[in-house]
Design a binder for this molecule. Structure first.
Ligand code: ADP
Ligand code: MG
Length: 220
C-alpha cells in the first residue's frame, strides 16, 4: 500500500477527525466527498503534515510521514495549495521549478536533469505553452495546471489535491480530471483529492469515501 492512514485523529483546539482509516495504492485515485465543514481539508492537511495529528499514523511507502524532516517529506508527498500564493511575478516555468527545491543546492540552481523534470511536469499537465507566461496573467484553470506541475516536479509518491476543480471554467473542469488520471496511470502516483463535485469523483476516482463530521460514513 503506497499511502496508509491508520486511525488518524486531528483538529485544532477541538478534534475534527476521529480515527480515520484510508488506503491508497500506487496509481490509484481516491476521492473524498462530504459536506462543507466535514473535515476534508483538515484530513489532507494532516496527511501532509501541515497539521500535527492528535492520534494515529500516516504511512507513505512504509514511512511515518510525521517523523520525516520537511525536506525529506517534500520528496515523498506533494499537496497543491489553492490559497493565493505569492508567486505572481514568476513565469510558469519558474513556479514549476520551485518544486525542485528539495533536490537543488543551497542556491537553488537547476541542473540539466532538473530542467528536464520541470519540462516533463509541464508536459504531463499539457502546459508547455505556459512556460514563459507570468503566473499572475494566467486563468484560474491555467494556474491550477501549473500548481499541479509544480507538485509533480517534487517527484512525489503521493499527491494530495484539495478541491482541484473548484472555481474553474468548463474547459478546465473537464481537462484537469483527465490530467490527474494520466498522472496516476503514467507515474504510478497515489492521488487523494477532495471534491464536492460528485460527478467528477465518479468519473475519475477508483474509489470514493464519504466524510461526515470527521468520520468516514461510506466507502465504495
Ligand atoms: P471541509 O474541508 O470538509 O469543508 P474543514 O476541514 O475545512 O472542512 O473544516 C472542518 C472543521 O474544522 C470545521 O468545523 C471548521 O470550522 C474547522 N476548522 C477548519 N480550519 C480551522 C482552523 N484553522 N482553526 C480552527 N478550526 C478550523
Ligand atoms: Mg475544504
Amino acid at each position: 500500500m503506497m499511502l496508509k492512514v491508520n486511525k488518524l485523529s486531528a483538529g485544532y483546539s477541538n478534534a475534527v477527525l476521529a480515527e480515520v482509516d484510508l488506503n491508497v495504492e500506487r496509481g490509484e485515485i481516491l476521492g473524498i466527498i462530504g459536506p462543507n465543514g466535514s473535515g476534508k481539508s483538515t484530513l489532507l492537511k494532516t496527511i501532509s503534515a501541515i497539521l500535527k495529528p492528535m492520534g494515529g499514523v500516516v504511512y507513505l511507502d512504509g514511512k511515518n510521514v510525521h517523523k520525516l524532516k520537511p525536506s525529506e517529506l517534500a520528496k515523498e508527498l506533494a499537496i497543491t495549495i489553492t490559497e493565493r500564493s505569492d508567486v505572481g511575478f514568476l513565469t510558469g516555468f519558474e513556479v514549476v521549478s520551485l518544486g525542485r527545491y528539495p533536490y537543488t543546492d543551497a542556491f537553488g540552481r537547476l541542473s540539466e536533469r532538473d530542467v528536464e523534470i520541470v519540462m516533463d511536469s509541464l508536459r504531463l499537465v499539457s502546459a508547455e505553452y505556459l512556460a514563459d507566461k507570468p503566473f499572475s496573467e494566467m486563468s484560474d484553470g491555467e494556474k491550477q495546471k501549473i500548481m499541479i506541475a509544480r507538485a509533480l516536479a517534487q517527484q512525489p509518491k503521493a499527491l494530495l489535491l484539495d478541491e482541484p476543480t473548484s472555481f474553474l471554467d468548463a474547459k478546465h473542469r473537464v481537462e484537469i480530471p483527465l490530467i490527474l488520471r494520466r498522472i496516476a496511470n503514467e507515474k504510478g502516483i497515489a492521488i487523494v483529492l477532495t471534491t464536492h463535485d460528485i460527478e467528477l469523483a465518479i468519473r475519475i476516482c477508483d474509489r470514493i469515501v464519504m466524510v461526515k463530521s470527521g468520520r468516514i460514513v461510506a466507502e465504495g
